[in-house]
Design a protein around this ligand. Structure first.
Ligand SMILES: [Zn+2]
Ligand SMILES: [Zn+2]
Length: 102
């Protein structure tokens, strides 16, 4: 198999070029089927470009979800931290109002 990058002749069994280490085979991310080249998996028909895009989208969604989770957790922590302050103020106000009323 000729390396598409440097033209080095390689045995059919190797997965990377012996000279420049460029990948000579593409491994399908869905079914792990290895093939020489192409945009589509010969075994399961997965479109490599589309698959990579879907994976990228999934990772992006996960990252967004993680951010949202951290943000909402931060809001809860903020509420807890503010609770003694707001609670203390309203308590003071309550006592003051009670004292004034009597
Ligand atoms: Zn090469
Ligand atoms: Zn496949």
């Amino acid at each position: 198999m000729k390396c598409p990058k440097c033209g080095q002749e390689n045995p059919e069994t190797v997965q990377f070029c012996r000279r420049c280490h460029a990948p000579l085979r593409i491994t399908c991310p869905a079914c792990q089927h290895a093939q020489a080249r192409g945009e589509k998996c010969e075994a399961c028909g997965v479109d490599f470009a589309k698959y990579a895009m879907i994976l990228g989208l999934q990772m992006k969604t996960q990252a967004t979800q993680e951010r949202e989770r951290v943000r909402s957790r931060g809001a809860v922590i903020k509420q807890i931290l503010l609770l003694p302050i707001t609670g203390g103020f309203s308590l003071l106000k309550f006592i003051r109002d009670r004292l004034r009323g009597e």
